[in-house]
Ligand binder design. Structure first.
Ligand SMILES: NC(=O)c1ccc[n+]([C@@H]2O[C@H](COP(=O)([O-])OP(=O)(O)OC[C@H]3O[C@@H](n4cnc5c(N)ncnc54)[C@H](OP(=O)(O)O)[C@@H]3O)[C@@H](O)[C@H]2O)c1
Length: 280
């Protein structure tokens, strides 16, 4: 890799690379190979979750890799069904046992599940786990401003990161503005919108050919220039490398706006509005 991956500093001081590896569906022996290969290619941030059932795969890749544990940033996430305080503490411990790790760099509440109404308790468990040294930085996924506001009011602590669905069809402009105003780092899940319709988009194709880059590289560069950390998943060494090669060109303001204009209110992939949608 010719260009090093830039880092951002979270509000609690943790430095995180601006691009990481998504691991949804990377499991078992193939998953370990895909992840160790990605680490060899330069990935240092690896995103997993209790519910992906691959914390063991990620932990094995960490042990097999030649890169020191301290140089890697490993993320996992608390499932909705364990948001009660005691369950959350046990789930964090179970995540560590599954991964064979002493600590997670980032641990996130996976969904707010507002009808269940336990996310504040879950947040208190994450705050305590951080004090006990089990987690370096605590964050959330899919929290709307109203959920973040409540965490701050009731615990005095805002998440370091909010990982949200973000891609050109759903650019999260208002949510990103809220994050910026409150010092919360935006992280993009499904940054390539799972490489389906978006990959055929003509505007992005024309921008890509103007820069002699691929469509994926243009999309991931757009995330970077928005200030969001992206975590594209790829099982392929070639595409993993392709996705990291985004630091040798710049999109103009006009190109950024053209991509931004592809966003529309119904642009979420599976209509998972965190105000209503719950995941356990
Ligand atoms: N917090 C949450 O609620 C949440 C929700 C969803 C996802 N996530 C996280 O976000 C990560 C990324 O999201 P995602 O996996 O849903 O979708 P994604 O990263 O947008 O897309 C992954 C798909 O794109 C393909 N791909 C990757 N690079 C490519 C390239 N350069 N050219 C063409 N195709 C390419 C991959 O295929 P190959 O593998 O064959 O390359 C895979 O099918 C997940 O893996 C997970 O860690 C979090």
């Amino acid at each position: 890799m010719s260009h090093p991956i830039p880092e951002v500093t979270l509000h609690d001081g943790l430095k995180v690379p601006v691009i990481g590896l998504g691991t949804y569906k990377l499991k078992g022996n193939d998953g370990v190979h895909a992840i160790t290969g990605a680490i060899d290619h330069g990935y240092r941030l690896i995103d997993s979750a209790y519910n992906y059932e691959n914390e063991g795969t990620v932990g094995e890749a960490v042990r097999r890799s030649t890169v020191q544990r301290e140089e890697l940033l490993i993320t996992s996430k608390l499932p909705g069904r364990y948001q009660g305080y005691d369950d959350a503490v046990t789930a964090i411990q179970e995540s560590l046992y599954r991964g064979g790790l002493d600590y997670y760099d980032l641990y996130l509440i996976h969904w707010p599940n507002p009808k269940q109404d336990q996310y504040v308790e879950a947040w208190q468990a994450l705050m305590d786990a951080k004090k006990w040294g089990l987690i370096r930085s605590i964050g959330v996924c899919n929290f709307l401003p109203e959920h973040l506001d409540r965490l701050e009011k009731e615990t005095g602590v805002l998440p370091s990161i909010n990982q949200v669905e973000l891609h050109p069809f759903f650019n999260q402009a208002d949510q990103r503005k809220w994050h910026e105003d409150h010092g919360v780092q935006t992280q993009s899940w499904s940054p390539l919108a799972r490489a389906a319709e978006l990959m055929k988009n003509e505007s992005i194709h024309s921008i890509a050919s103007a820069h002699h880059k691929t469509v994926s590289q243009v999309i991931l560069r757009w995330h970077y220039q928005l200030g969001a950390i992206s975590i594209p998943k790829s099982s392929s060494p070639v595409r993993q490398l392709e996705n990291l090669s985004i630091f040798d060109f710049t999109l103009s303001e006009r190109e950024m706006n053209r991509i931004g204009e592809l966003s529309h209110p119904g642009g979420r992939m599976n209509d998972q509005d965190p105000a209503f949608y719950e995941e356990f």
